[in-house]
Ligand binder design. Structure first.
Ligand SMILES: [Zn+2]
Length: 470
């Protein structure tokens, strides 16, 4: 049986000095420049292909060459290590391979100067080693030394990665990298096959249904619930208010002005804070879910098709009272937290040989979890559920969680749950013909052939000689 080793992602806060930041920002800018130049070049070639039918059949170059972008006008590129530039071309190619493998929707796009910025560094440019109290990170080469950058390591690291990413967002810097944990990893389909063999009764005991709603962000069928702490709620609402205020201020300020940029940065910092609190809640909830020793199957409803208007707003006939008060947290905040709870549970579960699945949510709020009787009348109020046939009464969210659990077990045993291979961001194998090209006459080839580009004597390396494991 074929096993993949699991990639474990790490992200740590780092504190570069202002001088180090300046150098890193230059590296980031130059890497982005090469990436964007590759995007532009590729667009040019594809347009060229469409306009010249005679050339159809000729492959478009999709290599990692970048030296031809260094000209007199772009002499600034010489002021950074060549590896930084090469990694820009490498990242572009990785993005292209993700597109071909179907892991992402579109071809690589121009990277903007706004928002999160990052630079990919390979071993030539960094040293990362475990240390008594954390991690020692040294960046730079002999010619371009940066020195050590303090890392706040909130967990130990045992392996050194082949490459790292240094990123900055709203003035805060992070180090991120992935390492293989070496343990064999089962695919979701393999875990599902194991669970199917347990049989219905055992599986029902090992299954947990999770209902995500407005009143309780995550209600589990065994009666436990996950929510933001009161202090988190207070801070989230505060951060949201501040963010909106600064967004409005930014909109009023003159375009392109320093003051407008400043206001945008303030807003972005609050947005980042909100994202972190949501992430924190989702991590804690998913950790608690998968750590439950009895639980092996987690069933979520498909949020894309779930009718979320039912909660605080009530129905059209029975509008909820004190809607504002009941809603509590903004819908957008909740929505993002819901998505993360599922996403985190899914990968954490898989690491432990457990499984998280998604089922259609239709009428899960109106169905009785004991007898299966489904009627809108079962739902007395927003929070109360009372079955009109068997009299089962319970909090509506926990009832729905139970319904979702039964649904998940039934569908899994019937073999009606589909498993897609997890989308990997790093590419290990040579790209295959998974996705056929859209543009006629365009071909992808691993082996480079003569191209419409001006011939050159540049040393052409094969595409796979670049770093792995990003
Ligand atoms: Zn009933």
């Amino acid at each position: 049986m074929y096993h993949n080793s699991m990639q474990i992602g790490n992200k740590f806060r780092i504190y570069p000095t202002p001088e180090q930041q300046q150098i890193l920002l230059r590296w980031i800018g130059c890497q982005r420049f090469i990436y964007n130049a590759k995007v532009g070049e590729d667009r040019y070639f594809r347009r060229f292909h469409r306009k010249s039918p005679a050339l159809c059949g000729e492959p478009i170059p999709r290599d990692q060459q970048y030296a031809h972008f260094i000209t007199e006008q772009t002499a600034f590129l010489r002021e950074v290590p060549a590896v930084v530039l090469r990694n820009g071309a490498y990242r572009w190619r990785q993005a292209y391979q993700r597109f071909f493998s179907g892991a992402c929707q579109g071809r690589p796009k121009i990277k903007s100067r706004k928002g999160r910025q990052s630079v990919l560094l390979t071993r030539e440019l960094f040293e990362l080693a475990p240390h008594e109290d954390g991690i020692r990170l040294a960046v730079g080469s002999k010619k371009f030394p940066l020195g050590e950058i303090p890392v706040r390591a909130h967990r130990p690291v045992e392996k050194t990665p082949a490459s790292i990413i240094l990123s900055v967002e709203s003035g805060q810097w992070h180090l991120s990298f992935a390492v293989e944990d070496g343990a064999p990893e089962q695919t979701e389909a393999q875990i599902a096959a194991e669970l199917q063999r347990l049989g219905e009764e055992t599986l029902l005991q090992a299954a947990r249904g999770i209902d995500r709603g407005v009143a309780i962000p995550a209600a589990v069928c065994d009666g436990s619930r996950f929510d933001f702490s009161p202090i988190q709620k207070k801070r989230l609402t505060g951060a949201e208010r501040h963010r909106k205020r600064w967004q409005k201020i930014a909109a009023r300020r003159e375009k392109g002005s320093r003051r407008r940029t400043k206001a945008h940065q303030r807003a972005a910092r609050y947005a980042l804070y909100e994202a972190r609190v949501r992430s924190d809640m989702a991590h804690k909830a998913s950790r608690a879910l998968v750590d439950d020793l009895q639980a092996r199957l987690f069933v979520f409803e498909d949020l894309r098709t779930k009718n979320m208007t039912r909660s605080a707003k009530g129905t059209v006939d029975k509008p909820g009272r004190n809607v504002r008060q009941k809603a509590g947290l903004n819908r957008a905040i909740l929505h993002s937290a819901w998505g993360r709870i599922h996403q985190f549970t899914r990968y954490k579960a898989r690491r432990m040989g457990k499984l998280a699945i998604v089922v259609p949510p239709h009428h899960s709020s109106q169905e009785c979890r004991l007898c299966g009787f489904t009627s809108p009348g079962n739902r007395l109020t927003q929070a109360e559920f009372a079955c009109q046939r068997c009299g089962h009464a319970e909090n509506a969210d926990f009832n729905a969680a139970g319904v979702v659990k039964f649904r998940g077990v039934r569908l899994l045993l019937a073999g009606e749950i589909e498993f897609k291979a997890p989308r990997r961001s790093g590419i290990r194998k040579q790209l295959g013909p998974e996705r056929s090209e859209v543009t006629p006459g365009e071909k992808v080839s691993a082996v480079r052939e003569p191209t419409p580009r001006a011939p050159s004597s540049r040393n052409r390396e094969t595409p796979t000689t670049t770093p792995a494991g990003v």
